[in-house]
Ligand binder design. Structure first.
Ligand SMILES: [Zn+2]
Ligand SMILES: [Zn+2]
Length: 160
């Protein structure tokens, strides 16, 4: 229970900080700050599941039934460009949005597509290869550890 409360407070701190950054960036970049956009940002910041645009849309329509899918998608793309969230992609899947913009890595469940954040100083310290031969500029990196999550192993213990 105490742990839950601590988590909840951390969530609130993250949300407040990021909402402030959003308002500041809107002002600096001359972007329109709308109620709908705020609701979308609040929704993505409140979810630690690396949700897809559709999942965020489903979540948001419970309180804001007038927000369209396109608005949600455009909002999320704008927030990613503003650095307020990141895009966590993995092959074969639609874009997942990530409220965690600090350096971190992902545990990916190959059964249910769960994406779980993990931090590890050893992984952070991995040396990035020289990619200039590919004319490619690395801006960020995430290590994906793939496997099967606890709840999938529980429901189907024989599966790897
Ligand atoms: Zn799973
Ligand atoms: Zn993440």
């Amino acid at each position: 229970m105490a742990e839950d409360l601590k988590e909840k407070r951390l969530d609130d701190v993250l949300k407040t900080k990021r909402m402030k950054a959003y308002r500041r960036l809107c002002h600096e970049l001359g972007l329109r700050d709308t109620k709908q956009k705020r609701a979308i940002l609040e929704a993505v910041l409140g979810l630690d599941t690396h949700p897809t645009a559709d999942e965020i849309h489903a979540h948001i329509t419970t309180t804001h039934p007038d927000v369209s899918r396109t608005t949600v998608y455009r909002g999320l793309e704008a927030f990613a460009r503003m650095g307020l969230i990141t895009k966590a992609c993995h092959p074969g899947s639609v874009t997942r949005y990530d409220r965690n913009i600090d350096i971190h890595h992902h545990l990916i469940c190959l059964h249910c597509d769960a994406v779980i954040d993990i931090t590890d100083t050893g992984l952070d310290a991995l040396s990035i290869p020289d990619t200039s031969d590919f004319n490619f500029e690395v801006q960020d990196f995430r290590v994906q550890l793939r496997g099967v999550c606890g709840s999938c192993r529980e429901t189907d213990p024989k599966e790897e």
